[in-house]
Design a protein around this ligand. Structure first.
Ligand SMILES: [Zn+2]
Ligand SMILES: [Zn+2]
Length: 129
C-alpha cells in the first residue's frame, strides 16, 4: 500500500532535487521513511507521470529520469557526471534547429550535452596563479 504521506514525501523530494531517478529518490528518502520500498517509489512516480504531475527528464534510455517540472522544457546534461540543468531555449533557437532537422520534428524539449562547471574545473589542469 502506498500512503498519501509517502506520495507527498516523494513529490517533495523530487521538487528539491529537480531531477532524479527512482533509485535516487529512494536513497534520499531512506533515512526519513525507512518503510518506503523501492517498488513503492516506482509505483508512486509512475502514477504521478501518468497524471501529468511530474515530467520526464532527459535519460540515457536505460533509466527513467523524473522531472519536478511537468511542462516541456529544454535541458543541459553533463556527459561526465550526468548532472541535469533546466534550460529555456528561445523560440528562435528552436526554429533554427527545426530548420536543420527538416522532416524530423522537435518535440519534448531539446537536450544539449556538454561538461558542467564542476567537471570542467576538475578536468582543467590548474594554472599557476
Ligand atoms: Zn558534470
Ligand atoms: Zn527539467
Amino acid at each position: 500500500m502506498v500512503t498519501t504521506v509517502q506520495g507527498e514525501a516523494v513529490l517533495r523530494q523530487l521538487s528539491s532535487l529537480g531531477h532524479a531517478t527512482n533509485l535516487e529518490l529512494h536513497a534520499a528518502l531512506a533515512e526519513s521513511m525507512p518503510t518506503l520500498s523501492l517498488p513503492s517509489v516506482h509505483r508512486i512516480t509512475a502514477r504521478m507521470v501518468e497524471r501529468g504531475q511530474v515530467g520526464l527528464g532527459p535519460s540515457d534510455g536505460r533509466t527513467v529520469v523524473l522531472d519536478a517540472r511537468a511542462e516541456t522544457h529544454d535541458h543541459f546534461v553533463c556527459a561526465a557526471c550526468g548532472g541535469i540543468v533546466d534550460l529555456e531555449l528561445s523560440p528562435a533557437v528552436i526554429s533554427a534547429i527545426q530548420e536543420q532537422l527538416g522532416q524530423h520534428l522537435v518535440r519534448d524539449g531539446i537536450t544539449i550535452r556538454g561538461r558542467c562547471e564542476t567537471c570542467r574545473r576538475s578536468e582543467d589542469h590548474p594554472k599557476k596563479e
